[in-house]
Ligand binder design. Sequence first.
Ligand code: PMV
Length: 336
Amino acid sequence: MSEETVCRAGPSLALIKYWGKSVKGDNLPATPSLAVTLGGVHTETRAAVAGEHDAMTVDGAAQDPARYSFFFDTLRHTLGITARFRAASVNSFPTSAGLASSSSGFAALTGACARAAGCDPSAADLSAMARAGSASAARSVFGGFVLLPAGARRARQVCGPEHWPDLRIVVAVTHRAPKPVPSRRAMEETRATSPYYFSWIKESAELLPEALRALETRDLELLGETARRSYSLMHGAILGARPPLLYWLPATVAVIHACAAMRTAGVGAWETIDAGPQVKILCLTRDVEAIVARVGSLGSGIQTLICRPGPGLQYGPEPANPPDTVAPNPPDTVAR
Ligand code: PMV
């Protein structure tokens, strides 16, 4: 058995969403996606070269080897190795609940396994290997703001976390259980059965330039409105699938309405939602307190996590007092 290596990655929160594959069975995205890698939450993966079969656990639970075989085979092929791996991932946030645990999970797994095998691939190659596990993982390899173009094999960083030091993402965790339908399956059902799928693909491509411009100029209102359009179109297409699929819960809808009310009252809060019931609210540092209080006042046991643009892959165990990558900042907190 090789020495164990440790790698951490933050979840990739898409502002412009990826939903749909251009080639069935491979994770080549049909839509471009633009995301921010979150700091303050992460997956930590320990990996070693060991045994004759790959073995993987997530939060202590053994995983179905079939879900990982394409990923491990791609990794071996790319690195030119034959090693098998034993790996264990732990998430600092709810798993498979619409908080992009597959993005941080496969990115951290890629980094940990490559190092365990004694390899030091480029970030671009790490991104391409991570994509074999989950397309959004191609983005989590990089920190800050990350683009995965439609049909691309790898993501690239648009700008680092320091580009927008006072941007915050308040995550409203409305439900901690795993989602009923994994995004992989829901995506395929949307492609195969939703009459809105092709409109979704077309509109997504048109949203990207707007989002890039908003990012470049740090125009939160424009970015927020573009992100709202992206998630609304995506969930519209998902609802149009047969059978229809609705990831939202009553608490999800309550947070959407609360964001609209906050914007009317002059608090900058723009929400986005992935394949699950959680709501992520884009805002600036100055509005975090008001947003956390407003979401907390909705009841329903909604928990809030406060995240910021975070780093890309980090190796080694988490330091006891992680350095602040973006200053000045309140500490990352979990509030009720
Ligand atoms: O990469 P996957 O298969 O976990 O799918 C991610 C899908 C969304 O989170 C809904 C959107 C995105 O771009 O991350």
